[in-house]
Design a protein around this ligand. Sequence first.
Ligand SMILES: [Zn+2]
Length: 293
Amino acid sequence: MFEIVYRYDPEHPQAVSPPRDAAEARRRLEDGNRDFAHVFDGVMQSRKGALRRIVPFDPRDLGVSNGGGEPLKQQPFAVVLGCSDARVPTELVFNQWCNELFVVRVAGNVLGSEVLGSIDYAVTQLGNSVKLLVVLAHSGCGAVTAAVDVFLKPAGYLEFAGSHPLRTIIDRIVVVTRGADRALNRVHGGGVTARPGYRRALIETTVALNGALTAFTLKRELRHRQNSPEGIAVFYGVYDLGSRCVHLPGIGERCGGGPVTRLSEPPAGVEAFDALARTLAASERIAHVLAEP
Ligand SMILES: [Zn+2]
């Protein structure tokens, strides 16, 4: 049995101080994901015994006041742009409580104007508390899979002829798929498209590059929004549905049998993007996927 218990003790409230800067905010998210990813391991492997996880919380963060006073202000320490996929619940993935993350979710974690407007609001209006922006991509993404399938069989684009909103999502991702395809061809040769796992390798490479591109674009779009010469801190990562870790598949460190949680900075420009695409394509992970039927 596994229990997750939210606990508040009015006699001994556990106040969690907000992160002081971007580095501390990043650590808190990485530590939170590490806890989330590994807490299930024992139960899932042994399938016996009981495990209880206690999550301390403050009901005032939900707007519950203890004397008719004003509810607490919105004070997220990070903005997270993630996919709408129901298997990737943002707060749980990073082991955070409410009023800690400002979350925007859209299929394929693409940057449309409403998404960008929401994030812009958070940065400009909640800038005193927001220390970090994170783009959270994920493995097995349906939006990326649809874009890859259109890339491989362009006739499939006709299926989206009647839906402009769906086409805008596909169109944004197909550009990234083209770059992923080019990297796979350069690293593995022209015959890569005939390899049994090519489609899946293309999906995995596109997922990571799409997260990187969205983070890069976000950093550029919001570069004048903070009074810092470097602009606002933006990171990205890929949530792996299998291991529950946020990392860069194939190129992150590994610990024991699984990956190590890590958020990455987006590439700085064309050459860095090219290097990232090649590194992803040349990873053991992608070589393994290419060989799989
Ligand atoms: Zn998705």
